[in-house]
Design a protein around this ligand. Structure first.
Ligand code: ZN
Length: 406
């Protein structure tokens, strides 16, 4: 056993839901393959960032990969921008954007514009905009997402978000966090761009057609998560592994790219609920011939929970389980299945509840847990760990952990 398959199911964990018989979607799901793996392995609960911390997906992944987020996290923008294929340069400020729906007073009606997907033409009319001598570049992301970078002299990423993160609120002006000149200038350009996006998008034929069809128009871009390219130690050097990533969604590809993982493209891996999960797992297994650490990211459960669709989340988990059928008999691989955070379907947001983690391999300990779930994992052998403990444990299970002391 010298290879690792780490599957991070975004927002997999949840809280008990009355219509599911007070079970979580994971507990309620029919998941014979995950349950077989649990019987072959160990379980526990993981606080991906820290106890009581409600993590964003970006910091949660960095923590799971063993990177101190205080030292290395510079905002979500750069990860997303790299994931969507930007060649980020030093000095660029990258932001994450959402196509959203606002009314004429710029009050947010839908932060995701009805989860619009057909945004390429909208991206194209705003790409390469110039404001106050700064070039603004856009790339389409998955669904309603878009990556935006500001390229020019004297830009600063210490600015607040335009996106208030809740609906029925007006968009906010980005502001300098430290009342500093370059950050003020950057915030000013961001605010001008957001307003310009509204002026240009509200009359676009795609949006006029959407309104006719009773769909939310994508009439503004909300920006958040400003950051510059972080300098992060290479994952392969840090752990003496050869790592690759399979992910449809841009953020996770971007994180993997910054860490120096190879990105493997899988047709049908969309980062959405329609993603071809079986193809992702099959491809991951095939590429274990070349890489000894493969990170597979699966997004759908989080999307469904954010939309309050706990039944859809349960069904999606069943789809994950089916995709894992080919992993069950693989004794040459250390399999780790976990989540980056809990996403509560009822609160429709991330919560700080720890997530279940499953580790199965050959000649490793097992525990008495028989099913993969939030409550069952609480009695598992791994106990309660933090995200930063996972990689050292993985290395140890492989027999590759450095000796501490003599
Ligand atoms: Zn997440």
């Amino acid at each position: 056993m010298d290879k690792v398959l780490l599957i991070i199911c975004d927002g997999l964990a949840d809280r008990p839901i009355s219509p599911l018989g007070d079970k979580t979607p994971l507990e309620a799901a029919i998941k014979p393959n995950l349950d077989k793996l649990v019987k072959r392995g160990m379980t526990g609960l993981m606080h991906t960032v820290d106890i009581g911390v409600r993590p964003g997906s970006d910091v949660a992944h960095l923590s799971i990969f063993g990177y101190d987020t205080e030292s290395y996290y510079t905002g979500r923008g750069p990860f997303e921008a790299l994931g969507y294929g930007f060649d980020l340069k030093a000095g660029d400020v990258a932001l994450r954007g959402n196509f959203a729906t606002v009314d004429t007073n710029l009050v947010i009606l839908d932060r995701r514009a009805g989860r619009i997907n057909e945004t390429q033409a909208l991206v194209d009319i705003l790409d390469k905009t110039e404001i106050d001598g700064v070039e603004i570049l856009l790339k389409k992301g998955t669904g309603h997402r878009v990556a935006v970078i500001l390229r020019g002299a004297n830009l600063d990423d210490k600015i607040t978000d335009c996106d208030p993160h809740i609906e029925k609120m007006p968009i906010q002006d980005a502001k300098s966090k430290l009342n500093e000149k370059n950050a003020k200038k950057t915030a000013d350009i961001v605010n001008k761009f957001v307003r310009q996006s509204y002026e240009m998008l509200k009359k676009h034929p795609i949006n006029l057609k959407r309104e006719q069809d009773n769909l939310q128009p994508a009439n503004i871009i909300l920006l958040r998560g400003a950051g510059k390219l972080p300098s992060i130690p290479n994952f392969n050097d840090k752990y003496k592994l050869k790592a690759a990533c399979i992910a449809g969604a841009g953020l996770y590809r971007g994180i993997a790219k910054i860490l120096g993982m190879e990105i493997i493209n899988v047709p049908g891996a969309t980062g959405q609920i329609d993603s071809d999960l079986a193809a992702k797992i099959e491809t991951a297994l095939a590429w274990t011939a070349k890489y000894n650490f493969i990170f597979v990211h699966i997004k759908g459960a989080d999307i469904l929970a954010e939309d309050g669709n706990y039944m859809g989340k349960k069904q999606f988990i069943e789809k994950i389980d089916q995709a894992l059928a080919s992993v069950v008999g693989r004794n040459d691989i250390l399999l780790v299945v976990t989540a980056d955070h809990t996403t509560s379907s009822q609160l429709r947001m991330h919560t700080a509840d720890p997530v279940p983690v499953l580790i199965a391999g050959t000649n490793l300990h097992t525990d008495a847990v028989e099913s993969f779930g939030e409550r069952a994992a609480a009695s598992g052998k791994l106990g309660q760990i933090k995200g930063k403990h996972l990689m050292p444990m993985i290395l140890d299970f492989l027999g590759k952990a450095p000796l501490y002391g003599a």
